[in-house]
Every structure is written in structure tokens, then in C-alpha cells.
Design a protein around this ligand. Structure first.
Ligand SMILES: *Cc1c(COP(=O)(O)O)cnc(C)c1O
Length: 421
């Protein structure tokens, strides 16, 4: 099936007389005829038995997202943050380190640099434009994985996934990619060598700002029996001696993640949450095309405005990442644009406050156009000097272009510029 068809049909195939739409199985538990059946499920969890780590509605959505990313299996989580956390904890324990590019979502930076550090896991940040020689300097005997973001929020830099995949694999390490902004419609990181793909489904996948969530996709590509990952090949004492690679083959990563981490942490979405996510996924392909088309026009409009100092959008011919986007985002660059307004913080805030159609929200990748001012909102704890160091201009605005008619969006932005004269 092509990806547009997968959005509608992957993950759930109703049998004779079944509901056409994925049903909401809102039950914490499931009944079985015999104790022996339940015992067998503890050996080989092929069916849901308890909704802290599996549920039929969530399962259908997991299968759909795995299909969209070209992976072998997936596991949903209650948020994107939970997906990032579990994707790392599945390979790192106290005393280990891992490598991440520095240009990633701010919440992930805090998780990696502050919270995981408290748990004894060290994140070594690297410049995503660093040479292979420089990257190699970050590798230590205890390095367990490499992490990056396809299209970074809010920097809108495009990652050279192939370079990072080669680097990770040459060191016997898996590459984990946060693919939230492109979604599998615009980029499938597995095709460029990623082993694990994660998402905040709160963004475009849900798309309607109704339900937070996350997902981890196992691409099924990484050789966990390469000698560096004994927890995948040795018996798991917490699960009556199961050896993940031997029992589950190329699904070892995601099954270990579910059986150990989801079992213990329980950050699993409800059936109703998954139902909402599925509605978003059904229209994802068609929505992404329109976001790209609208954002391209809006980016070109902004670039031509005298009040605008600079525009970051990889779809623009002059953008720093335009060439790389031709490889990684050849079907479009999503709907998010960052731009800097002349006159700094105050002008940016005034412009945002004067908008009538676009909403001022702490969100991005919504169906409705929305704006956010990093310097006074998500990054407000930083001084102006620290903001510069973090690559955030005080006049920078993150504009998430929605699916309204683009003429109405441009009229609203024009009104904003006129009212700050
Ligand atoms: C929002 C976001 C996250 C965190 O997701 P939540 O669902 O808010 O927990 C992670 N990565 C990226 C790229 C994001 O934009």
C-alpha cells in the first residue's frame, strides 16, 4: 500500500461483521478461559492482558504508525517526552553515556542534560555539522546510542541522517531519530539508516490539538547481538530469563521496551487517546501536503516583507538547509517557519498580539495557524546573552502555518505588520 492508503487502512482489518472503525476497547483488563492461557501470555505476550502496557485500540494505532515508518513494530506512550525517555532508557543504564546533536527540541535538551544526568546517564552533545573526526571524539567505551532530530524544533535545521547513521553503525551503536516535524509522510528516517524512530504524536500526527501522545518505532534493523548489548542477548531475570534477541529477533528492541519499561513505568495511552490519534492519522498524508504548500507561500511572503530580518524555512531557495532538504524532505518541509522581526523583543510581542486569526498558544503543528515567542515563553528563563548563545534571537517568532486558506493567513500576518508600524 502507498502511504496515503496506509494512513487509512494499515493496522486494522475488520473481519466479517466487525465495526468499520477501530473500536475503542475501554477496558483495563481481558478475560481468558484458563490460567494456562494467561501463563502462556507471560511467556509470549501475543495478546493484550493488562492495559498498563497493551490495549487493542492502541495496538491498531501502533501497527499503523509502524507501517507508515516502514518499521517492524511500534509502542505508543502518553507523550513525546515519554517516548524520548524510554527510547534512551531501553539502551542506557546508570554509568552509561550517549551522544545527541545539540540542535533538538528544548524539552529533550532538558531531559538529556539535567534529568537523565541525575539518573547517572551522561549525554554528550555534538554539533550536528561536526566532521566525522570530531564526532568520533565523543565516543567512549560506555556510549550506547546516538540521537538526533530530522527537522529541529524550533531551529528548523535539517539533520544529515545518513552521516549520523554511518557514524553510529561504524561504532556498533543504534541511531535514534525524533521525526516529529516531518512525520513519515515527508521523511522516513529508516530509509537513511535510522534504527529507532520516535515522535511526539501531539503535533502533526494528532494534528487537531486534542490529545498528547508519543510513539517509538523499531525499524528492526539494528544487530543487538553485536556484543555491545548483553541486556538484549543475556537472560532478563526480571522476566523469567527471556533473551530478547533469541525470542523476538528483529523486534527485540520494542518488545524489551514494552516488557521492561512500559511494564514498570506505565506511561501507556488510553484506548480513547489512541482513537483520537487514529482520526488524526487518517488524514495525515493529505494534511501534510497542504501544510507544506501553505508554509511555502507564507515563507516567501515573509521573506519579501521589509519588517522581517530573516526567515528560516528549508523550503526557501536561499535557506541554509535547502540543499539537504532536497534529500531528506523532498516532498516538503512541513508547516513550521521561524523568522526574526526587526526591532527585537517588543516588536515581536506587539506583532503577535495584533494577530486576529493566528492564535497565541504553547503549541505547534496544529491544524490552526499559531505563533509562539521563544524568548518570552519557552526560553524565558534565559538572559538575552544566553538566548544568543542558544541560537535564539529575541525577535524570533515560531509560526506554525495551519490549514486555513493561505490568503486569510497572509492577510492576518499583513495586518500584524501594519499595526506595528
Ligand atoms: C513537542 C515535542 C516533543 C515533546 O513532545 P510532548 O508530546 O510535548 O511530550 C519532542 N520532540 C519534538 C520535536 C517536539 O516538537
Amino acid at each position: 500500500m502507498k502511504i496515503e492508503t496506509q494512513c487509512l487502512h494499515a493496522g486494522y482489518t475488520p473481519k466479517n461483521g466487525d465495526p468499520r472503525v477501530v473500536p475503542i476497547v475501554q477496558s483495563t483488563t481481558y478475560t481468558f478461559d484458563s490460567t494456562a492461557h494467561i501463563a502462556a501470555l507471560f511467556d509470549m505476550p501475543t495478546e493484550p492482558m493488562y492495559s498498563r502496557f497493551a490495549n487493542p485500540t492502541v495496538d491498531a494505532v501502533e501497527k499503523k504508525i509502524a507501517a507508515l515508518e516502514g518499521g517492524v513494530a511500534a509502542m505508543c506512550t502518553t507523550s513525546g517526552q515519554a517516548a524520548s525517555l524510554l527510547s534512551i532508557l531501553n539502551v542506557c543504564k546508570a554509568g552509561d553515556s550517549f551522544i545527541s546533536t545539540g540542535t533538538i527540541y528544548g524539552g529533550t535538551v532538558n531531559l538529556f542534560a539535567v534529568t537523565l544526568k541525575r539518573f547517572g546517564i551522561e549525554c554528550i552533545f555534538v554539533d550536528q555539522e561536526a566532521s566525522r573526526e570530531e564526532l568520533q571524539k565523543a565516543v567512549k567505551p560506555n556510549t550506547r546510542c546516538v540521537f538526533g532530530e530530522t527537522l529541529a524544533n524550533p531551529a528548523l535545521s535539517v539533520l544529515d541522517i545518513r552521516k549520523f547513521a554511518d557514524f553510529a553503525h561504524d561504532n556498533g551503536l543504534p541511531l535514534i531519530i525524533d521525526n516529529t516535524f516531518p512525520t513519515p509522510i515527508l521523511c522516513r528516517p529508516k530509509e537513511f539508516g535510522a534504527d529507532v524512530v520516535i515522535h511526539s504524536t501531539t503535533k502533526y500526527m494528532d494534528g487537531h490539538a486534542v490529545q498528547g501522545g508519543g510513539v517509538i518505532v523499531d525499524c528492526g534493523t539494528f544487530p543487538w547481538d553485536n556484543g555491545k548489548f548483553p541486556e538484549f542477548t543475556e537472560p532478563d531475570e526480571s522476566y523469567h530469563g527471556v533473551c530478547y534477541v533469541r525470542e523476538f529477533g528483529n523486534m527485540a528492541y520494542i518488545i524489551k521496551c514494552r516488557m521492561q519499561l512500559m511494564r514498570d513505568f506505565g506511561c501507556y495511552p488510553s484506548a480513547t487517546a489512541a482513537f483520537y490519534l487514529n482520526l488524526g492519522l487518517e488524514t495525515l498524508a493529505i494534511r501534510m501536503k497542504q501544510y507544506c504548500e501553505n508554509a511555502q507561500k507564507v515563507a516567501e511572503f515573509l521573506l519579501a516583507r521589509p519588517e522581517v530580518e530573516s526567515v528560516s524555512y528549508p523550503g526557501l531557495a536561499g535557506d541554509k538547509y535547502h540543499e539537504r532538504a532536497k534529500t531528506y524532505l523532498k516532498d516538503g518541509c512541513s508547516g513550521v517557519i521561524s523568522f526574526v522581526i526587526k526591532g527585537g523583543r517588543e516588536k515581536a510581542m506587539n506583532w503577535m498580539d495584533s494577530l486576529q486569526l493566528a492564535s497565541n498558544v504553547v503549541h505547534v503543528a496544529d491544524i490552526r495557524t499559531c505563533v509562539l515567542h521563544p524568548a518570552s515563553e519557552t526560553h524565558r528563563q534565559l538572559t538575552d546573552e544566553q538566548l544568543v548563545a542558544a541560537g535564539i534571537n529575541v525577535g524570533m517568532i515560531r509560526l506554525s502555518v495551519g490549514l486555513e486558506n493561505v490568503d486569510d493567513i497572509i492577510a492576518d500576518l499583513t495586518h500584524g505588520f501594519e499595526s506595528i508600524r
